[in-house]
Ligand binder design. Structure first.
Ligand code: IMP
Length: 200
């Protein structure tokens, strides 16, 4: 089985390949010659994941899955959520600015519960209806809280300020091996892998 993962993020690609194993061939956007930065115009993680998967399905006629992730902070009513990459404004993906803004918003706030949530949208080619994909969604969540300052050097994004439940260190201190066992993305990918392998 060959399936496109709508990303060019090498880190995500290798993480997913290692969870899925060799029974399923995963190819990236660049592997299929797609160089477009698919715009994430949705208002929810579900919409954005589906938009990315649908782009590949519609333009290349291939089965595809895509993910979208957000950090949801209870005291901020779920913000930054779908806007996590662009929380501090600008072109986005400025992790230092995003963390600074979040720590500022939570200054003096004792209630710091938060969760990372990943949604994966899978669109599969249906041989009987080539225009209409078979659709499935998978979700992975890790709960925790936001630290009062940054800790650790590993990982990316909000990792230095997110402390998962059951640990007293941030994702950036815990490192990749532990993170990949308990993370939102790992949990969503496990659901996807189970479905691709067993149909359930
Ligand atoms: P994306 O949907 O994977 O591109 O994630 C959107 C944004 O959420 C990223 O730009 C990061 O700021 C943040 N994010 C996603 N996954 C993680 C993670 O595993 N750790 C820390 N931040 C993350």
């Amino acid at each position: 089985m060959k399936i496109v993962f709508a990303t060019n993020n090498a880190h995500k690609l290798s993480e997913i390949k290692s969870i899925l194993g060799s029974s399923i061939e995963i190819v990236s956007l660049s592997d299929i010659g797609c160089t477009v930065d698919i715009p994430e115009t949705g208002k929810t993680l579900e919409e954005n994941a589906r938009i990315k998967a649908a782009y590949v399905f519609e333009h290349y006629g291939l089965s595809c899955f895509a993910d979208d992730t957000g950090l949801e902070v209870e005291a901020l009513h779920g913000a930054p959520g779908v806007y996590s990459a662009r929380y501090a404004g600008g072109a986005g993906h400025d992790s230092e600015a995003n963390m600074r803004k979040l720590l500022g918003e939570l200054a003096g706030e004792p209630h710091r519960n938060a969760r990372f949530r990943t949604v994966i949208s899978l669109l599969q080619v249906d041989e009987n209806h080539p225009q209409k994909p078979i659709e499935h969604q998978f979700e992975g969540i890790v709960t925790g809280h936001i630290a009062t300052e940054k800790h650790g050097q590993e990982g990316f994004g909000y990792d230095p300020i997110f402390i998962p439940d059951g640990y007293d260190q941030s994702f950036a201190e815990l490192g990749e091996t532990i993170k990949n066992k308990i993370s939102h993305r790992a949990r969503a990918v496990e659901q996807l892998a189970l479905f691709l392998k067993t149909g359930r």
